[in-house]
Design a protein around this ligand. Sequence first.
Ligand code: TXA
Ligand code: MG
Length: 341
Amino acid sequence: MFNPRQTIVRQIAREHPDADIIAEAATCLRRGGLVSFPTETVYGLGASALEARAVESIFVAKGRPPNNPIIVHVASVEAAQQLVLGWPPVASRLAERFWPGPLTLVLSKRPVVPDIVTAGGRTVGIRVPAHPVALALLRAAQIPIAAPSANRSAEVSPTTAEHVRQGLDGRMDLVLDAGPAPGGLESTVLDLTVDPPRVLRPGLVTISQLEAVIGNVGWDETARQHAVSGPARSPGLLDRHYAPRVKLQCVKAAGAQAVQELLATDHRVGWLRLGPGSSRNVSENAVVIDMPSDPAAYSARLYAALHELDDAAVGHIVVDLPPSGDAWLAVHDRLKRASAK
Ligand code: TXA
Ligand code: MG
């Protein structure tokens, strides 16, 4: 059971965030509270990573399965090094190139990291976020912050403070609202405890960007299907993840036809449309969202679009499948999970 909390929402400027508001949030975290804050990927639900009880309240607030480990956010490479047993040369090269930024490195944890953070596993995922509000909060709090995305477990990740509030109002102490999270999709999770390093979750940093820095990188889409119990080796342990409340189906072509067919049985159908808007009339019962053709812009828009369709009370969502290729890998991964039964 969770204890109901009064949730305060504070508007805060993205650039040069107000020091008093940051201090309020930092104090809350140091006292074991729960604070949602923006990152450059999605909004996070943060607690002190050094306090097991605070981290436990994240699991309770989200309804998160206890075998799903949480990413720890830090302000610097030095702060990251204090949480891990070794710092291999690849970690230095990756941190230099991608931090602050949307890359989570999985390394062997030190005992100072409570077991609950890592779901009992021996490794910890760490990143330095690039959002000015997240960095200001980390510097003010002077503690590492454990933070999953600030949504109920298995629901769509939040890219705005309003999404956070809709899912978690009354379950956290404070929300820092700095407007939309610019990246819109989660960080790439890279396991550095294996050779070659292996992508556990594709994200905003692409595999070719990683390979340009450290050479061959593994990516095994089937790995997640092998994870059964215990700490998730791969974050995709839960197949249906990042999912809207309604059924979502990806189509390779002819989205218009799929929408028409569904309208025969559904009152309202959502459609994430790609490519030039069809000149043909779409039924007024179809809620059509035209998606960008560029992968970064598509990523930034995807979760917000799914939240809009959830709010529009459609009975079904049709998604035009984007092109394949490295730049689209994270989008494909999320769409696949959102459409899993
Ligand atoms: O962009 C992001 O990564 C956002 C922002 C808030 O930083 N966070 C985020 O957290 O997406 P979450 O909990 O929603 O997803 C983190 C994923 C989990 O699915 C988890 O399985 C994986 O990272 N993960 C965390 N620690 C891990 C570890 N030690 N080993 C393997 N996977 C890990
Ligand atoms: Mg999440």
